[in-house]
Design a protein around this ligand. Structure first.
Ligand code: ACO
Length: 402
């Protein structure tokens, strides 16, 4: 019963665009997506080339500084990061306060938020040196925080980082290693996780990145802005999708593996059930990241010994959906997270932890966007308008007359 035309006339010239489907919030030089053609490029470089020839540290450098590093630059960048992997001993005590069965995402965002209290020397968003050191601290410490969130959840002691190892190896050792044992990091596992991090490293103005920018637009510091991004990523329609895919596959298996029956339910929108890991706001074609993962999933799962039954269900689901008019008409294709859950599980991560891995991968993208925004003279505090559709003016009613 609301006349939007009248409302708009009253409000003046504003555009109403729920979910910002058609509204650009900024201009950016970082990531290019052509959703119809299934193209993704970081700083101009096709994701396929980066996946094949680069590594996560180099891609982080590229996203944040805009160019591929020279040998000297990457060595210095890596050295800086490995020097900052330790957590303050007081920050480690934080983990004691959370319930053991807590979801690791709020643990992660809380610890990142707390970095503002430990590093009060680097909170000025307009001081280049301070931004630089907080960038390095975040890249270095987030894997340590993530590993400790995991150790806390299973009751094992925390391991100090071993700075002779690369970022991904160090993270895997702190996550799966034990103080009493040597931990031999499987190179296949390192390469697979590194690849997944590259594929997640940036995706322009998605929900969490837009959140980082919106929070940062009030000139909040980098730690505070990234913490907000982590919370945005927590939601099941965004970063939570990778866990949701695995839960969906498990449920189909428990119900006897009947893929057709599940697809029927999705199409009839029974109980609001969606095919998780399918569909994307921007890609109306095969997600190029999903294509890369699909190609490597078999290989990686073969090496790591994945759950073949669940992989079979996933493949059958994809095949069934891609041949079905419901999905074809709506241009719903597998997105990046359709196969990642299976790989994460084969690596030994519990389902709850998948979204944390997404956060580790997305961190350089968030940082790059925050830094770009802070340098952009066109930046203003984010402050969307609204259409007011509540009651017209009315008089206060005393308690005894309500
Ligand atoms: N399963 C079944 N139907 C779907 C799905 C799905 N996964 N996704 C969209 N649809 C249908 C909708 O019901 C709608 O149909 P209708 O016109 O009959 O109502 C139509 O497709 C358009 O969907 P919207 O919700 O309007 O698309 P939107 O762009 O808002 O949503 C989103 C994109 C949130 C990713 C959605 O596709 C979805 O919920 N997917 C499942 C969750 C998921 O995998 N998220 C991960 C996203 S990628 C990432 O964060 C890395």
């Amino acid at each position: 019963g609301i006349d939007l035309g009248k409302l708009l006339a009253k409000t003046g010239m504003v555009t109403l665009d729920p979910g910002f489907v058609n509204t650009a919030s900024c201009s950016s030089e970082i990531t290019y997506i052509d959703g119809d053609a299934g193209i993704l490029r970081y700083r101009g470089y096709p994701i396929e080339q980066l996946a094949q020839r680069s590594n996560f540290i180099e891609v982080s450098y590229l996203l944040i500084y805009g160019e591929l590093p020279t040998q000297a630059q990457i060595e210095e960048f890596s050295r800086q990061i490995s020097r900052h992997t330790l957590l303050h001993e007081d920050l480690k005590r934080f983990f004691d306060g959370f319930p053991r069965d807590a979801h690791p995402m709020p643990v992660l965002s809380s610890a990142v938020s707390a970095l503002s209290t430990f590093y009060q020397d680097s909170l000025n968003p307009f001081d280049d040196n301070q931004v630089e050191i907080s960038t390095i601290r975040l890249l270095a410490k987030l894997p340590t925080i993530a590993a400790y969130a995991y150790k806390k959840s299973i009751g094992q002691p925390f391991l100090y980082p071993d700075n002779s190892l690369g970022l991904v190896e160090n993270f895997l050792r702190m996550t799966f290693g034990l103080p009493a044992e040597d931990y031999d990091v499987d190179p296949a596992l390192v390469r697979a996780l590194d690849l997944l991090f590259i594929l997640h490293a940036d995706h322009e103005q998605n929900c969490s990145t837009s959140t980082v920018r919106l929070v940062g637009s009030s000139e909040a510091n980098l730690f505070a802005s990234i913490s907000a991004g982590i919370n945005a990523l927590f939601g099941p329609l965004h970063g939570g999708a990778n866990s949701a895919v695995l839960e969906m596959l498990e449920k189909i298996r428990q119900d006897g593996g009947n893929v057709e029956e599940f697809v029927r339910k999705v199409k009839n929108k029974e109980d609001g059930v969606r095919l998780m890991g399918f569909g994307h706001r921007v890609y109306k074609n095969y997600d190029p990241r999903a294509a890369i993962i699909k190609k490597t999933a078999d290989e990686i799962l073969g090496k790591l010994g994945g759950d073949d039954q669940l992989l079979e269900i996933a493949k059958k689901l994809e095949e069934t959906a891609l041949a079905d008019s419901y999905f074809i008409e709506r241009k719903l294709y597998p997105n990046v997270d359709f196969y990642t859950g299976l790989i994460y599980r084969a690596m030994g991560f519990p389902t709850k932890f998948f979204t944390v891995l997404f956060a580790l991968g997305r961190l350089p993208g968030w940082i790059a966007h925050w830094r770009e925004m802070m340098k952009d003279p066109a930046t203003k505090i984010g402050r969307p308008r609204q259409l007011y559709v509540g009651p017209a003016e009315r008089n206060f009613v005393p308690m005894d007359q309500r």
